[in-house]
Design a protein around this ligand. Structure first.
Ligand SMILES: Nc1ncnc2c1ncn2[C@@H]1O[C@H](COP(=O)(O)OP(=O)(O)OP(=O)(O)O)[C@@H](O)[C@H]1O
Ligand SMILES: [Mg+2]
Length: 360
């Protein structure tokens, strides 16, 4: 169990963005102040079942009480006064897709979307809550009807209830859910409309999405994350998991001439190559048949902090790859300057969901 947080800086109340991951719980409190965001507070609670999670990659089964206890501990230690929470939900708990549909009327869409949705949502529609929004309109050609691109998202009702229970038990008030991907778009891209990819490498899994004209267009999740990378270092080097984790964080892919670091990077090469490959595949899937090119890739999630990772992926993809900076549009105390670069990729989702416009 580790904490890294600081006390309430300005004595103000803001909105809390909450990101419950498999490796850590992240919380960011932002105040919206005349069009600017102020970082009031943040906290990262590394979940105590790390070793077990690293061993099995099944940290998703963490009991609710542990999550509640983690959130409570964060709130106390960081002295957070606000109760209002926007919770991010991970891509693997939601189903989202972009549908191209002919447009007759709003009413007609509302009728036809569920029929289409059935093809994409692998569980019965009665068990999910669905939401959709039109993200693009193509005017009618000739006799045809206009075509709209609809961003569709669904979340299992049972999953929603679980979040509600956890947040309530932690003494907080849930004001809304937000998709991880939407949080990332908000914190990383702001108003930038050019096509980019965001790769989130967490503990249990990774996700990649392509964002174009401000909306997520495609996404892909796969079960390779930091836990498996640590496991692979431990196995190759014959060290325990704690030592492997330490090596991952301190050396990562940095090369010197002492051999040791080379072994660390060799140990994870095939997994990192898979991450690069999946990223390339998703980008190519999106670009195929279009004239646009994805210009940039942002890495987020705790793993984005691994020394040398962005350069390594850049070498593989041959496009601009950098660590995402969630605080580019956020005002924070100069005291945080020395660590802000390290916090930024880990807190990217929590920051983005806290940026959601809400009336409170
Ligand atoms: N400085 C660092 N260098 C290398 N790896 C790091 C660093 N900090 C955290 N990590 C790794 O990042 C992973 C956790 O990332 P993150 O906190 O984003 O995961 P999570 O959101 O809890 O997990 P998930 O999204 O898969 O549920 C762990 O495997 C951890 O070892
Ligand atoms: Mg995560």
């Amino acid at each position: 169990m580790a904490f890294s947080l600081f006390g309430n800086l300005l004595g103000k109340k803001g909105v809390i963005g909450l990101d419950i991951g498999t490796a850590s719980i992240k919380l960011v409190e932002l105040a919206h102040d005349g069009g600017r965001f102020n970082l009031l507070n943040y906290g990262i609670f590394e979940l105590s079942n790390q070793e077990e999670a690293i061993e099995t990659s099944h940290a998703g089964k963490l009991p609710e009480e542990n999550i509640v206890a983690g959130i409570k501990e964060l709130l106390t230690r960081a002295n957070i006064k606000s109760k209002k929470v926007i919770a991010s939900v991970p891509s693997f708990s939601t189903f989202s897709t972009v549908l191209s549909m002919s447009y007759l009327s709003e009413k007609d869409l509302a009728k036809t979307i569920p029929l289409e949705a059935k093809k994409y949502i692998p569980i019965p529609l009665e068990e999910v809550d669905m939401d959709w929004t039109i993200i693009d309109t193509k005017p009618a050609t000739g006799q045809g009807t206009p075509v709209v691109d609809v961003f569709l998202v669904a979340m299992a009702k049972a999953e929603k209830e679980k979040y509600k229970r956890i947040i309530q038990a932690a003494g907080l008030e849930l004001i809304s859910f937000d998709l991880e991907s939407i949080g990332l778009i908000r914190s990383l891209l702001g108003n930038d409309l050019s096509p980019m990819a965001v790769v989130n490498i967490g503990g249990r899994s990774s996700s990649i999405m392509v964002v174009d004209r401000g909306y997520e267009r495609i996404n892909h999740n796969y079960e390779i994350g930091g836990f498996e990378i640590t496991r692979s270092i431990a196995r190759s080097m014959g060290v325990n998991l704690a030592r492997a984790e330490e090596l991952k964080r301190s050396m990562g892919l940095l090369q010197d001439n002492k051999g040791g670091t080379k072994i660390v990077s060799e140990a994870m090469r095939s997994l990192l190559d898979m991450i690069a490959f999946e990223t390339q595949k998703t980008i190519t899937n999106y670009e195929t048949g279009k004239t646009i090119k994805v210009q940039k890739v942002f890495l987020v999630g705790g793993m984005a902090n691994m020394p040398g990772l962005a350069d390594y992926i850049k070498g593989k993809l041959q496009i601009d790859v950098s660590v995402g900076n969630a605080f580019a549009r956020v005002v924070f105390t100069p005291k945080l300057q020395p660590i802000i670069a390290e916090l930024a990729p880990t807190l990217a989702i929590a920051t983005g969901v806290a940026m959601r416009e809400v009336n409170i």
